[in-house]
Design a protein around this ligand. Structure first.
Ligand code: F6R
Length: 242
């Protein structure tokens, strides 16, 4: 079931997401599912500001990231490992041992998928943060991914690589072709989900997620079956559902 929040701008979108995050982090041993990309950066800034000014502690927080590029080392400036440390973890008091990010540079990637899914199955994610791709992907589950998928390797769509080229000096050839990602079934096990989407280029994907047929053509449409999804949008991303 969707609870839809339409805010005026990105800062207000991030504030709405932060309100939910703050109440989750206040619990005893919260488990967070985290995303990379542009959508959650405003939320992460608010978490850091709150940690710095109010002393909110992340010592008891455990995190699981959705995905990681395959074929670049963790030390690469565009790895999701680096992204998460720069944009969030290095600025909080979260223990490194509580941070889970799939390894995109494992010698045996199939084994890494199994290992990550096993770790995920030991917990329940209290709050999963999601962005949405312009093609309707969540995590890196591209169109056609089965709804029952668990952590797996995904070949990235050309559109996704184009969308992400901005992080690779606008050179699509530098964007990895594959990623390891939590599957759609893995994501659906979260107790609560927030989807953050802003900008006109997300309007079609947002429409497909909320109003479109439930179909693997729009992977995010699986969220229609989840009991607790808050979708936080700016006016542009909400244009087609208003
Ligand atoms: C990132 C992820 C992706 C992004 C999506 C939107 O970990 O799993 O699904 O959330 O590609 O990316 P942005 O927010 O950069 O538009």
């Amino acid at each position: 079931m969707f609870n839809i929040v339409i805010a005026d701008d990105y800062d207000m979108v991030s504030s709405e997401a932060f309100k939910i995050m703050r109440s989750t982090v206040a619990r005893d041993n919260p488990v967070l599912g985290l995303a990379t990309g542009s959508s959650p950066v405003g939320l992460y800034k608010k978490m850091i500001a709150d940690h710095n000014s109010n002393g909110t502690s992340y010592k008891n927080v455990v995190t699981f990231n959705l995905d990681e590029y395959i074929g670049i080392p963790r030390s690469h400036e565009q790895s999701y490992y680096t992204f998460m440390h720069e944009n969030l973890f290095d600025n909080l008091d979260i223990p490194e041992a509580s941070i889970h990010i799939p390894h995109g540079d494992a010698a045996d990637m199939e084994a890494e998928c199994g290992r990550y899914e096993e770790e995920l199955k030991k917990v329940t994610i209290d709050l999963q943060i999601l962005g949405i791709g312009t093609d309707g992907h969540i995590g890196f589950n591209e169109p056609g991914t089965p709804f029952e998928s668990e952590t797996h390797i995904m070949e990235l769509e050309e559109q996704t690589r184009k969308d992400n080229a901005r992080f690779f000096e606008d050179d699509i050839d530098e964007v990895p072709t594959h990623a390891i990602t939590m599957g759609l079934a893995s994501i659906m096990r979260a107790a609560k989900i927030i989807v953050i989407a802003t900008g006109a280029n997300k309007a079609n994907a947002v429409y497909g997620m909320i109003k479109g047929p439930k179909s693997t053509d729009c992977p995010a449409s699986i969220l229609q079956d989840h009991p607790d999804v808050t979708v936080i949008l700016d006016q542009e991303a909400a244009a087609r559902i208003k």
